[in-house]
Design a protein around this ligand. Sequence first.
Ligand SMILES: *Cc1c(COP(=O)(O)O)cnc(C)c1O
Length: 412
Amino acid sequence: MHTYHTPLDLVRSRHVESPVVCVRPDRVAEAGRWFQDNFPGEVLYAVKANPAPWILQALHKAGTRFFDVASIPEIQLVAEHCPDSRMAFLHPVKSRESIRRAYYEFGVRIFALDCEAELAKILEETNHASDITLIVRLAVSNDGAMFSLAGKFGVPAYEAAERIRKVRAHAEELGVSFHVGSQCMQPSAYRSAMLEASRLIVQAGVTVDIVDVGGGFPSIYPGMTPPHMDDYITAIEDAFEEMMVLENADLWCEPGRALVAEAESVLTRVELRKGDALYLNDGAYGRLFDAAHAKWPFPVRLHRPRGEIGEHTASFRFFGPTCDSLDAIPGPFELPADIREGDVIEIGMLGAYGTALATDFNGFGAIERVAVEDMPWPSMFEAQPDLAEDDEAKVINFARARRRRPRLRRRA
Ligand SMILES: *Cc1c(COP(=O)(O)O)cnc(C)c1O
C-alpha cells in the first residue's frame, strides 16, 4: 500500500477515478494501545466493526490478542492474520455448523447465548465439552447510546437469574455480558448495566468468572463529542468494585467502533453539481450507509487538486453513484460554496461500520486504498477540548431526532 503524507498530496500528484480509502494505521495502533494500557481487564476487538486484514494486523501489532467474532469467516480472518490469539464466539445465535467448526477446527472455547435452545445447540455440537466458557448475554437499557442494540438479543431481567443458574451447571467458566448500545454517550450507562447484572447474579445465587461490559465506547463526530474515555474506564472500574461478584472474576470489554473509527476516511469525487446537491462516486451502498440511513454526522473537507478554495461556505447534500433513490445523504454538509465537478471531498471517521458495510451494488464497488499520515479530526485518545455548549445541544437534538425514527438494529 502506497503512503502519502496527506490526502491532498495524493490528489495533487495523480488522477483518481474510484473512491480512495485513506487508512491511518497509527490511529488503530494508538487506540489499541490505549485500551491495553487503560482498561483494567481483557480487551476483545469486535471484528464486525471493521474486518479489514490491515486493521487486524495493526491491532495485533499493538498487542491485541483477543477477538470477539460472530461467524466462521470472521474466525478465519483472525486465525489468518492474528496468530496466537484467542477468540470468543459472542453471537448469541449461531448455526450448528459454525459452533462445531469453531470448537473443533479453530479451538474456540468461548460461546455466548441468551436462551436455552442455544445452550442445547452449543452442548450438542461440542459433544458436551467440559472445557467451555459460556457467556450469558443480558438485556440492558440502551438509553445512553446513539445506536440501540437492545432489540434483538439478551435475556430479559425476569428470566435472567434462572438462565444464569442453569448455564452455570454446564460451563467450566461462566460469564455475563451486555451491550449498552453503540456510540454510548454516557459513562454511567455502563455502571447501571453492571449493577443490574450484579443484582441478577446475586438473585441466581451462583458465582461468575467473567463480567463482560461489551462494546459501545464512543468516537468523536461533528456535534457529538462524548466525555473523555478515562471517564468510561473510571465508571466501569468503580462499578466493578461495587458488584457482588467473586474478587477474582475477570473483567472484559469488546470495543469495536472506538478502536477503528478514526482509522479510515474516503476521498470521493464530485461527478456533478445541481444546486446544493452533489452527486458523488461513493454513497449509501458504499461507505456511507450510516450517513444515509442513520443521518450520522461525519466530518468533511475539500481537497482541490488545482486552484484556490473560496472562503465562503454553504450547506450541501449528497447523492451516491447508484440509481436507487435511497442512495441519498441529506447532511447538511458545510463545504466551500464554489464546489464543482472534479473536486474531491474527504469524508472522515469511516473506520467503524463504513468500509465494513460497503457493497458492489450497481457496479460501484471498486476502490483504491492508500495510507496517509495526517489526522485532521479530533481523537478520543489525545487531549480533547471540553464539550462546547452548542455541541452539547446538538448531541441532545440528534438523540431526540433519532428516537422519533425507527431504530436500526443491524449491529448485533
Ligand atoms: C457490535 C458489537 C460490539 C462492538 O460494538 P461497538 O459499539 O462498535 O463498540 C461488541 N460486542 C458485540 C456482541 C457486538 O455485537
